[in-house]
Design a protein around this ligand. Structure first.
Ligand code: FAD
Ligand code: NAG
Length: 381
């Protein structure tokens, strides 16, 4: 099959790219490996998830959120919003198509995209002038190699498949990773009556969601240093010194950290209070080894667990299927070019949704990419 633009991935980034292209009447096809759009939100997110960012920072192009939806939308409301988006703009991804291989064919200057139709098992070949990578920053769950992990008799899950603490009542559960997912999952486990411990090795900022919203809104008017100073002062007033509980603050401010490294602050959903109350234990060092139920930590501490949840983040999976990824990406599957033109690669290769700016970032990328493709097509015609 031949088209002008092939988009790989029907998450918020791929969907908005398609909508922006449609607005310019540029033919495009979305290939999606799952049987549904926005699979991260529909299939891979835990039950109690709410958007971490205020709704005004989570909009797709051409469709603002309704006034009456809550500022911090629960997952279901955001999924409704996506459903409306897909219906309103009549987006029709080709589902059950896993892109396995893709390459730039120099003989005709076109992209060749091979997708496995997971229903029929056949390989389909798509040709296009432009290729947009929209497979997401969270392409696959990252589980670190730990010595002896294969001897662990209990359940081991990645945060992307964790749904709720319901099944862990009364169990000793270790959550590895003190980022947003890890902190929220340990809270959820605790609420369902599990004994949870969270392993958090690196210093992190912990903020309330209101404080993050305040900071994000302020960033439009004052410097990041000033925002950080204000936000950190308020955060100290709210939380006090948490180091005695094992939570340490980094020196660099939360918004500067986000800006320069992409690493987000932890948005507290109630975990901090449980840590103070001694209901959630914080472990500050890595796992040295595992032998059966017993984990030995790098500081010599030994403790038994019934289950482990790895909230150790994700990796981009682009380099697994895109032969010429170096036209737009580095080896780690993130853009090689600096912002704000990180989305543009060579030979009509683009990426959307890799700016570490969440949904708002994906939406911006989509608009930029569609405009760029439009201008290239205009010069050809
Ligand atoms: C737990 C969690 C909470 C988050 N909360 C927020 C928040 O509050 N606000 C915010 O702005 N952001 C949040 N994010 C970030 C969020 O991931 C993005 O904002 C958004 O989902 C990114 O959209 P995307 O389209 O780039 O990627 P994704 O949503 O990951 O979509 C990528 C799509 O590509 C498909 N795909 C992958 N590989 C292939 C292949 N080889 N062939 C075909 N299809 C493929 C996938 O199945 C998927 O449907 C959160 C992320 C997580 C994990
Ligand atoms: C995708 O595959 C699932 C089964 O895995 C099937 O139920 C669904 O109908 C398929 N969708 C399409 C559009 O082919």
């Amino acid at each position: 099959m031949e088209t002008v633009v092939v988009i790989v991935g029907a998450g918020p980034a791929g969907l908005s790219t398609s909508v922006c292209l449609n607005q310019q009447s540029i033919p495009n096809v979305i290939l999606e490996k799952e049987d549904i759009y926005a699979s991260l939100w529909k299939k891979r997110a835990y039950d109690r998830l709410k958007l971490h960012l205020a709704k005004e920072f989570c909009e797709l192009p051409f469709m603002p959120h309704d006034r009456d939806v809550p500022t911090f939308m629960p997952k279901d409301l955001f999924v409704n919003y996506l459903d409306t988006y897909v219906a309103r703009f009549n987006i029709n991804p080709r589902y059950n198509r896993t892109v396995k291989f893709s390459t730039f064919d120099e003989s005709n200057n076109k992209w060749r995209v091979e997708a496995e139709n997971t229903v029929t098992g056949e390989t389909e070949v798509y040709w296009s002038e432009f290729l947009v990578v929209a497979t997401g920053e969270n392409g696959e769950g990252n589980i670190p190699l730990v010595e002896g992990i294969d001897t662990f008799p209990g359940e081991i899950v990645h945060s992307s498949v964790y749904k709720s603490g319901r099944d862990f009542k009364g169990k000793n559960v270790l959550v590895v990773g003190g980022g947003n997912s890890g902190m929220e999952i340990s809270f959820d486990l605790c609420n369902f009556g599990a004994n949870s411990a969270v392993l958090s090795r690196t210093p992190r900022h912990v903020l309330t969601k209101e404080l993050v919203r305040f900071g994000m809104s302020l960033l439009k008017y004052v410097s990041v240093t000033m925002v950080d100073t204000m936000v950190m002062t308020i955060s100290r007033l709210v939380y006090g010194d948490l180091s005695k509980y094992g939570l340490f603050r980094p020196k660099q401010g939360p918004f500067a950290t986000k800006l320069y490294t992409g690493k987000a602050p932890v948005i507290d959903v109630g975990t901090v209070q449980k840590i103070r109350d001694g209901e959630i234990q914080v472990i500050n060092c890595g796992i040295g080894s595992i032998k059966g139920k017993t984990l030995t930590f790098e500081n010599g501490l030994k403790q038994d667990f019934d289950a482990i949840v790895f909230a150790t983040g994700y990796k981009s999976s682009v380099c697994n299927w895109l032969e010429n990824y170096e036209f737009v990406m580095k080896k780690d599957g993130f853009p090689k070019n600096p912002m704000p033109k990180h989305w543009k690669g060579e030979n009509n290769l683009y990426c959307t949704g890799f700016s570490r700016k969440g949904i708002a970032g994906a939406a911006e990328d989509a608009m930029s990419v569609a405009d760029d493709i439009k201008s290239i097509l205009a010069t050809i015609k």
